[in-house]
Design a protein around this ligand. Sequence first.
Ligand SMILES: Nc1nc2c(ncn2[C@@H]2O[C@H](COP(=O)(O)OP(=O)(O)O)[C@@H](O)[C@H]2O)c(=O)[nH]1
Ligand SMILES: [Mg+2]
Ligand SMILES: [Zn+2]
Length: 297
Amino acid sequence: MIGKIIKLLSGVYTVETPEGAYQCRAKGSFRKQGISPVPGDEVEILALPDHTGRIEKILPRRNYMIRPNVANVDILCYVSAIAQPTPFPFTIDKMLIIAKNQGITPILVFNKIDLPDDEKISDLADMYRRLRYSVYCVSASKGEGLDELCVALKDKTVVFAGNTGVGKSSLLNTLYPSLKLETGEVSQKLGRGRHTTRHIELYPVNGALIGDTPGFGALELEGYEIKSTELPDYFPEFESCIEECTFLDCSHISERDCGVRKAVSEGRISAGRYESYCQIYQYLKEGETPWSKKTSN
Ligand SMILES: Nc1nc2c(ncn2[C@@H]2O[C@H](COP(=O)(O)OP(=O)(O)O)[C@@H](O)[C@H]2O)c(=O)[nH]1
Ligand SMILES: [Mg+2]
Ligand SMILES: [Zn+2]
């Protein structure tokens, strides 16, 4: 029988199938092969009449996200708040890179628009819109702007990410009242202990599969195997400027006559985005340094 993993807890997988949910263990040989099924995986199971079973095979994955480990994601919904806490564009830019690397559609949500607004934030939202990313400005507590977001998520496998306190769980509860996720003070009190799993639970709602990411904080680039030389491809606004670079292999960091740096100085490329580029470039470069060089001094 074919099904989809929606939850992993202490080695037990919940697999949704046309015949209902099955509580499954993974086949023993997966471990030897270094494979582990994760939520979002389409799997073939050996199903028993008592609705337990064994995962026999993982069907090919369309994509894979690391920490939280989840497969076959359609949309990565990255939530920031316009205030409390203030947005951190660097983490937004990292998320956009992960999404593009895995062929996942990114959606940027700015929550808490009921709070006094800051011009800088609407500029930030507009900047991402100009780069042709989908941006939604919403208020989970007032229920504003949610209808359009709900339409965009219909029938999709969606992972919600974003820093603690931005309102992810509140947003999900407002979008899907049946979820009843813990929010605010409640989840603070429970502490991190409950969320030490590296996995995510996907909740079936309105035809969609929705995953909250409690306890993960920011998404990290580690493990995605992005090369520093490929990084410019992840910044769509660089494309038209690169022609003006003197060097074909320009890294856009310190070379003279660089079209990207010229565009930044003329305000055609956002200084914040360029700063993210430089930081991520350095990070990727360090990871590429041969082991011997790294430890020689
Ligand atoms: N003013 C305002 N506060 C919100 C909104 N959404 C969530 N909050 C508050 O922000 C805090 C964190 O919300 P929560 O959903 O737990 O955030 P999470 O950590 O991202 O899941 C809670 O105190 C919520 O009441 C909103 O739209 N407006
Ligand atoms: Mg939460
Ligand atoms: Zn350049």
